[in-house]
Design a protein around this ligand. Structure first.
Ligand code: FEO
Length: 399
């Protein structure tokens, strides 16, 4: 056998897979690996909620087999069509031959467009319920959280929310429950996940939290598709989401930059030093030493983004272009900003940076700081003044 299921409530088992080795999840650095969670409900209609990434199908099948024969599965419900949860679906359908396979209306389309198979899929609409025998599932569409097909399933009698990507994180652990793990790491990995996946949809996150309240869904357990299951204080992770979605700026600055011969590096460190002198938390992130997804994690709650680049071939440095494209797509809100960089002869980089930040809705606190070749004492004094100005604006703006 080799892999066992883990009981998480009276009639529900975790039957997912642990990916200890993944370090790049479509461009997001997963330094702690991840899990692909799937859940088995034992009732008159035995039901599997989601599957796993395709290479992990055997692990899923073995965990299911540790509880029940594969062919006893009646229903499969796909809460989310992204392939880390649906990749094994065709093989699982083949192995268990379920009576019915369900997904949201958009999920039915997405699964057909992924797998081009002849499998009949039954669409579920927002608010639909499904009787499994003793237990009932209720479905809520969560479009764009974070794909158009996304939905969550609520197991009424066990007060258990299968939240798919929502309230999840990338963290491979032997422990299955959040209360067995370190809260500081849970919060960090939860914030990283939010910043890199859900941030653009923050308004929808707030609506979903409001809707859970309006529907008076009592929640004892939150079972996401990645990371640990929340069985004690499940509303803790919901309150974190509320905080991240509100994007209230903290007294914090992130200085993001790259450098060719060290001049932009000097400016970055002088600016950062001056910001920090004023009691503002300051992170300095040189891009060839920091992954874009870690930069985004720090930006999540920061009041200011300070970006620096040398001019290279009349443009910005490639690593800076990369991170700008990435940040822009994730649409952070309520940010102050400033730009800086050294140059040799043409010096276009800072204007490009300033324009990019303006397009993102970042409020620039000063004109770009542009320094020829190596910063002298006067240039470093300008950098210091910029840092002090940023600190003052951050302090006025932050909560
Ligand atoms: Fe974990 Fe959107 O898939």
């Amino acid at each position: 056998m080799g892999f066992n299921a883990v009981k998480i409530s009276d009639r529900v088992y975790w039957v997912g897979a642990i990916d200890w080795a993944v370090r790049d999840f479509h461009g997001y650095s997963t330094n702690r690996g991840t899990t692909y969670n799937a859940y088995l409900i034992i009732d008159e209609k035995v039901t599997l909620i989601d599957t796993v990434k395709a290479p992990f199908k055997d692990e899923l099948l073995k965990r299911i087999s540790s509880v029940i024969d594969l062919e006893k599965i009646d229903y499969i419900i796909s809460n989310h069509a992204e392939m880390d949860h649906s990749g094994a679906l065709p093989a699982i359908i083949e192995a268990v031959k379920p009576e019915k396979v369900f997904a949201s209306v958009m999920g039915v389309k997405a699964l057909k467009e992924h797998f081009h198979f002849g499998q009949d899929l039954i669409p579920l609409k927002d608010g639909d319920t499904l009787n499994l025998g003793l237990l009932n599932l209720k479905f809520l569409e969560t479009r764009m959280l974070h794909w158009p097909d996304s939905m969550v399933s609520y197991l009424v009698e066990e007060r258990l929310l299968f939240s798919q990507d929502g309230f999840g994180m990338h963290w491979a652990t032997g422990e299955r429950f959040a209360d067995e793990l370190n809260y500081e790491t849970l919060r960090y990995e939860g914030a990283k996940y939010y910043a890199n996946i859900l941030l653009p949809y923050s308004a929808l996150v707030l609506k979903l939290i409001e809707r859970i309240g309006q529907l008076q869904l009592a929640i004892d357990i939150i079972a996401p598709d990645h990371g640990p299951i929340w069985r004690k204080e499940p509303m803790k992770v919901v309150s974190w989401y509320q905080e991240w979605a509100e994007q209230k700026p903290k007294k914090k600055a992130v200085v993001v930059y790259d450098t060719m011969w060290g001049s932009t590096d000097i400016l970055a460190r002088v600016i950062a030093d001056a910001i920090a002198e004023n009691g503002v938390e300051t992170k300095v992130m040189r891009l060839r030493a920091n992954d874009r997804s870690d930069v985004m994690t720090e930006i999540l709650d920061a009041a200011a983004i300070v970006i620096g680049s040398p001019t290279l071939n009349n443009g910005i440095f490639p690593t800076v272009a990369d991170v700008l494209t990435y940040i822009k797509g994730l649409k952070p809100k309520n940010k102050l900003g400033a730009v800086f960089g050294s140059y040799g002869w043409s010096g276009e980089a800072v204007s490009i940076l300033a324009e990019e930040l303006r397009e993102m809705g970042v409020e620039l606190v000063a004109e770009p700081l542009r320094v020829k070749y190596v910063p002298d004492k006067e240039a470093q004094e300008q950098a210091r003044k910029l840092g002090h100005l940023l600190a003052q604006k951050i302090t006025e703006r932050s909560v």
